[in-house]
Design a protein around this ligand. Structure first.
Ligand code: PLP
Length: 394
């Protein structure tokens, strides 16, 4: 069936025909609870009427004109996002990797403007920033890079959540211009830094005039329980990237900037044919409005706390469960052993989950999930985990 497609994915043996809220249905009419939201994309769930309406109306009016002309909907979405994030300017792309490419280009231009010959960006071990050449070079996972050498230069890597190694670099190098970091590592295994990490990074960057660039592609758009995850720490970055949850499934990414970073791009320095077209912006504006009117960032915080407590309770004392952690609806259950087979076992039970970093069950459910649905998720997954751990031990 996949003969005509390049073999880039290990796909599960299922296809979905339609969705509604947190639910998806396959061709046989079997129902699945989507506890992954298409990898943190469909925060409003599937087939949300506000997104459908925005798309249908805009498709009937105008889909694309190119950035050779003014695009009112892009201006409007730019204003919405800049105000929510307390930032100044936005560049729109079509994906997360492209949003990060824009951030990386901003950092390099910023460095050259300050007379740094070979501007270098600090990146983290265990990070994920995308699959384009620059973003895979920034990514802290050898599997993503292997075979694609030569990598893009200009990155230096330090352990995540380790301020000392950054301070050490600051002493020894004069070519650093920026730091690119996820406020919570998603693909890396739902890794939460210490409370002081982001505020301290802000201080370090301020003292050195480095740009603090946050990859909020997975953590943004309400998922962490705030509009943007860094808002838990009370800081504002110089650059922030968004994508996944921004369009609820319509491809769109954004690179926001404040201060000096907001004005390094000038006509000709960057661009995209599709980026910020009227259709994608209409969808994303509807997403922003719905997140706001339905108070979904707050809902993500409540629901996340409920799920954490319920999992902690249901898995208390279970041998093999190392840690249950998360913020809002970014949740990780770490086991003491690789647990990829759980994905198929959950699928058989009508539950979509993900395993990342080998032994971390990752949950990224829609922000619109109801309490009963959350309870079903806990009951079903807990039973699977218990079964998996005892079967392995036997
Ligand atoms: C998914 C993701 C990306 C890449 O986004 P794409 O749209 O797949 O290019 C980058 N950074 C983070 C943190 C992500 O989770």
């Amino acid at each position: 069936m996949t003969d005509f497609l390049m073999a880039t994915y290990n796909r599960l043996p299922v296809q979905f025909e339609r969705g509604e809220g947190v639910w998806l249905w396959d061709g046989d009419g079997k129902r699945y609870l989507d506890a992954l939201s298409g990898i943190a994309v469909c925060g409003l769930g599937h087939a949300h009427p506000a997104v459908q309406r925005a798309l249908c109306e805009q498709a009937g009016r105008l889909i694309h004109t190119s950035n050779l002309y003014g695009i009112g909907l892009q201006q409007q979405l730019g204003e919405q996002l800049a105000k929510l994030a307390n930032m100044e300017r936005v560049f729109f792309s079509n994906s997360g990797a492209e949003a990060n490419e824009a951030a990386i280009k901003i950092a390099r231009l910023y460095g050259h403007q300050r007379g740094v010959e070979s501007p270098t960006i600090i990146v983290m071990e265990g990070s994920f920033h995308g699959r384009t050449m620059a973003t895979l070079s920034a990514t802290g996972n050898r599997k993503v890079q292997a075979g694609f050498e030569p990598l893009v230069k200009g990155f230096v890597r330090v352990p995540y959540n380790d301020l000392e190694s950054i301070r050490t670099l600051a002493e020894s190098r004069s070519d650093i211009v920026a730091l690119l970091v996820e406020p919570i590592q998603g693909e890396g295994g739902i890794n939460l830094p210490d409370e002081e990490y982001l505020p301290q990074l802000r201080e370090i960057c301020d003292a050195r005039q480095w740009l603090l660039m946050l990859d909020e592609i997975q953590t943004g758009m309400g998922r962490s329980g705030r509009w943007f995850c860094h808002q838990h720490s009370g800081i504002v970055p110089d650059v922030m990237t968004l994508a996944k949850g921004l369009g609820n499934g319509v491809p769109i990414g954004a690179c926001l900037a404040a201060g000096p970073a907001a004005s390094v791009f000038t006509p000709g320095s960057h661009g995209s044919t599709f980026g910020g077209n009227p259709l994608a912006c209409a969808a994303a504006s509807a997403v922003v409005e719905t997140l706001r009117s339905e108070r979904l960032p707050e809902r993500a915080e409540q629901l996340g706390a409920r799920l954490l407590a319920a999992f902690a309770d249901a898995l208390q004392g279970v041998e093999g469960v190392e840690e249950i952690r998360g913020e809002g609806l970014l949740l990780g259950i770490e086991l003491d052993r690789p647990c990829a087979p759980l994905v198929q076992q959950a699928l058989a039970q009508g539950l979509l989950i993900n395993v990342t970093a080998e032994s971390v069950i990752r949950l990224l459910p829609p922000l619109v999930m109801r309490d009963e649905e959350a309870d079903w998720l806990v009951t079903t997954l807990t039973a699977l985990i218990r079964q998996f751990l005892t079967a392995k031990a036997a």
